[in-house]
Design a protein around this ligand. Sequence first.
Ligand code: NAP
Length: 297
Amino acid sequence: MPSSAPSVTVIGLGPMGQAITRALLRAGTAVTVWNRTPSKADAMVALGAKRAETVAEALEANDVALLSLTHYEAMYDVLSQAPNVLNGRTIVNLTSDSPQNTRAGAQWVRDHGSSYLTGAFMSQGDDITHPLSYVFYSGPEKIFRALRDVLTPLSPPEYLGPDYGLAQLYYQGLLTIFHPFVLSYEQALATIEQSGGEIDRFTPYARRFMDSIKDFMVYFTDAAKQGGWGDIASLRMMHAGAQHVIDTSNDAGIAAPLTRTVQEVYARAIEASTEARPVRTYELIQERRPSPREAMK
Ligand SMILES: NC(=O)c1ccc[n+]([C@@H]2O[C@H](COP(=O)([O-])OP(=O)(O)OC[C@H]3O[C@@H](n4cnc5c(N)ncnc54)[C@H](OP(=O)(O)O)[C@@H]3O)[C@@H](O)[C@H]2O)c1
């Protein structure tokens, strides 16, 4: 008797691929899995997933395959093992990479006859069940709509539009905030700890500070629409403020490379400014330089 339960293939069983497989199985979706290192499939098979021995077998098992790989290079490595099986299928690639690499990858997959959707996990690490987790998707709306019910158990979906690069663009935008946040927070914790403060006492204040950052985001977005924030006095104030952070960290024996980088940007802005015309950091950040890829052309 034909089953009405949805079924998909998951390729790539790192922490995210395993979390995806578990979420799908919990939702009652039948899952076939493949991973380059086969032993990583064992735990998924124990939970009820079906193991495919080859990429071709994994793709043939279902119309829809979800990819969760380290980067797009891995996608080419994997799908090139079975290019003839791609025709008529749908590939949903949940792998992180740049928007440009994503668009090129989408073209490659479509040239092989598959439909394509890209996704990017805004999850709390690999905890895709966290209430704050969601997934950006982009690509043809028709494909997103057709797959929405199957994808929803992974985390609530946020569809951004037909451009294949959009999901990665917004994801990488948020990671642009996340990476320096992690390191600057660690710098703050280390400075507090090595200066005789208590990090447990500091953390609630840091969390409260995050609420004011939310307001600053709206404020700086409005400023960005006007060309950026700050006059010459505020640029000097930020430069001096960065020096105080550097001094506080250095007094605790902590190097402060991120704050030094921040201070350098303000120094450049001050140097480029005149009393009549400030050059704002947003202008410096927006300076268009040929990317290494463009320079190679
Ligand atoms: N982990 C997170 O917290 C998190 C959160 C949000 C988004 N993401 C993104 O989600 C994606 C997956 O994350 P992850 O943490 O699961 O990544 P991961 O640990 O790097 O593993 C991904 C999978 O890629 C496979 N792989 C890598 N290179 C390959 C190649 N050349 N050929 C075949 N398979 C290859 C690995 O196979 P092997 O097992 O054989 O090595 C592994 O199964 C990444 O793009 C990541 O940036 C991760």
